[in-house]
Design a protein around this ligand. Sequence first.
Ligand SMILES: O=C(O)CCC(=O)C(=O)O
Length: 372
Amino acid sequence: MFSLSAPLLAGSGQFSLKCKDISTSACRSHLPNQSFVSQTVTSPPSELSMGSLDPPPPAIPIIDLAAVRAASLQGSSKTRGGAVLATACKEWGIFQALNHGVPEELIERYRTQMLSLFSLPMERKQAAERSPMTQIRGYQMRENAGPLELFQVEAGNEGVVRDYAQTLFPHSSPSEFCAIYKECNVAFWNLAMEILDLLIAELGVNPSHFDVFKTEAEGILRANFYHRSESTEQVLGLNPHMDGGLLTILLQDDVSGLEVVKDGQWVRVMPHKHALCINMADMLQVLTNGHLKSVQHRAVVSKTGARLTAAYFVVPKPSVAVTSAPEFVDANNPPLYRPFTWREFTERQMRVKPNPSTLPYFKAAAISHHQS
Ligand SMILES: O=C(O)CCC(=O)C(=O)O
């Protein structure tokens, strides 16, 4: 992914990163087929760990998608490769994908563009600031925890992307900015759909239940720039949360900070140079009636350097209705959630900040009666 030695901002050096010590080890995994699980990057003890550090925390699965694809071509609908993915998504709710198909050159262009954006004078960034009018879109500076700057936009909305290019970079042609968003949207979308298809095939569900999440959905691309923490205390850049959509693709640089909950313990997702993180989000949890788990995660601010990440959230369009696929519902597995639309979900999310998820508000009546 991002080169370990490269400065974050070409020609400036002000955001240059220190290379973190990443210890890579072949390690045992409880995933069904070792050959798809390329290697694991050992997590250091989390600085804010909830549990005991002994034994060492488990490692996030790293899955070679090239091997999964090759196996899929040989198999029929269910594949051994799909089983590896499905197990990771069920047990962890997250994995790191190698050979993901998003060109490294595109990732570098996106990274360079976002670093130019975050390096702009504050007045220029404020011209693109989020507001109640722009809702989820735009630039935001959050200073409540570790200083975090972010820029978010629907990656496939060409008109909106062009407007932001012109607002942020009024003296440059918007063409490169727009081209990067367009290409990122295609590459991340294709990867998301490939993973969805592999999961659908492996889980044995009728693909038609998921059709609307492919045709009536979009990708929201968000760059997060965490400033280096000056504090002696541990600081969170993003509080614990679950993502609301179907799944999220996360691009990390070589400064670590992402942590996920596994078996009641925070586990650090150590950056892997060529990998993208894929995490399950709330709508997949609903569609599979809890079979796949939306993973709780947070971002810890580093004391050693600034950190740039990018999240591509795959979300349905507002009117899309979300219900569990019938294959996951029977007398022993009653529906966990009542039917709702993505609009209802996001309205709820905006009214009450997720803590850590908005999903409990949509529990089926019998369940919410017992659990709320
Ligand atoms: O930057 C990270 O490590 C996590 C990003 C994330 O969770 C988000 O943008 O919602």
